[in-house]
Ligand binder design. Structure first.
Ligand SMILES: Nc1ncnc2c1ncn2[C@@H]1O[C@H](COP(=O)(O)OP(=O)(O)O)[C@@H](O)[C@H]1O
Ligand SMILES: [Mg+2]
Length: 330
């Protein structure tokens, strides 16, 4: 069945919405995105393909984060900074047919920050949003909190990357080998460092906070207020999980000052910062390699190879990371 017909049927059956307009919009990585309108209201619909195994974790996450967003929408000062999720007639977070899972929320009239720079006001707003989110960890009802994923500092993908370098890389004479080969020394060193950091962090007595864990500019929209969207990675984690995204930016100092108005932050954990920093670098590298060697390309081979090369280069330039971020707190 054509996707718009499916959506029309799903909206009537599950939400009682008679759509007058359904338009596909540029989506993100996990789902197709649609603008939906009826006689009185605009909506945003995410459509997840159940037949793609790599999408399963995103679908599983819906029942964890949606009730929590709803709770924060109704009980915290974050109301204006969230897209209110819309439940079905049957009080379910999502609905589905044999091929797709559907997630409906309020439509945010505005633009995604995307590859634009955050303005000073944006930085302050984002600091406030993350500060309030972290601060509210202690107010969330226990039942909702217990459903959330706890950070366990696992580095499974690193071990996959490790065994790829050791066993598979040389097995095929192609451009992945050509590009990755000069970097294998650096990669193995970073993987070892990641193992060390993971072990160190596991044994620390943390007070975890509720973390969005993916608050990059493509998940921030400027509407009437600044809105943080796409809560698929939500988890309980150290504060550094969210702060890593801004800590290497020129506005890190301003962000931290503003953040501290809402949430206590006395002793930055530089091991945790380094853990999340390396995670992002190595995850990107592994993602491009998987696309090229195993899963097929999302973008063209040429572009993916270029992105892999850029990620490898940026991974070699991580030596001064710790001293640079220490300056933010001096
Ligand atoms: N509630 C919304 N209203 C309007 N546009 C939205 C809304 N939620 C997301 N978008 C737009 O759709 C894009 C993809 O949504 P997102 O939730 O980030 O999906 P993904 O998980 O696929 O990254 C966003 O970058 C934003 O431009
Ligand atoms: Mg997104």
């Amino acid at each position: 069945m054509e996707i718009n017909n499916r959506i029309t049927a799903i909206l009537i059956e599950n939400y009682g919405i008679e759509a007058t307009s359904i338009e596909q919009r540029p989506g993100g990585w996990s789902a197709l995105a649609f603008f939906v309108e009826d006689q009185c209201k605009k909506y945003f619909l995410k459509v997840y393909n159940k037949r793609k195994p790599s999408i399963a974790p995103y679908i599983d996450a819906i029942d964890r984060y949606t009730p929590l967003i709803k709770w924060m929408y109704n009980h915290t000062d974050l109301k204006n900074n969230l897209a209110n999720p819309i439940f079905t007639k049957y009080k379910s977070n999502k609905c589905e047919d044999e091929q797709y899972v559907y997630l409906l929320s309020e439509y945010i009239e505005g633009t995604t920050i995307g590859d634009k720079q955050l303005s000073q006001n944006h930085v302050n707003e984002l600091a406030k949003i993350l500060g309030l989110l972290h601060m509210n960890t202690s107010n969330i009802p226990n039942g909702l909190k217990q459903q959330q994923v706890n950070e366990n500092f696992d580095i499974d993908f690193c071990e996959n990357l490790y065994s790829f370098i050791k066993k598979d890389l040389e097995n095929k004479d192609n451009r992945v080998l050509e590009i990755v080969k000069p970097y294998t020394g650096t990669l193995l060193e970073k993987i070892n460092r990641k193992r060390y950091l993971s072990n160190t962090l596991i044994s620390k007595p943390y007070q975890f906070v509720l973390s969005h864990a993916d608050a990059h500019n493509w998940n921030v929209m400027q509407g009437e207020y600044l809105v943080l969207i796409d809560w698929e990675c939500l988890k309980l984690a150290p504060q550094e999980q969210d702060l890593i995204l801004i800590i290497t930016e020129p506005y890190a100092g301003q962000f931290v000052n503003e953040y501290r108005k809402y949430m206590k932050y006395e002793s930055p954990d530089f091991d945790a910062f380094e853990f999340y920093f390396l995670k992002r670098k190595l995850e990107d590298i592994w993602e491009w390699i998987k696309n090229l060697r195993f899963e097929g390309h999302i973008r063209s081979e040429e572009v993916t190879l270029e992105l892999l090369k850029l990620s490898l280069d940026s991974c070699t330039r991580t030596e001064s990371f710790r001293s640079e971020i220490q300056e933010v707190f001096n």
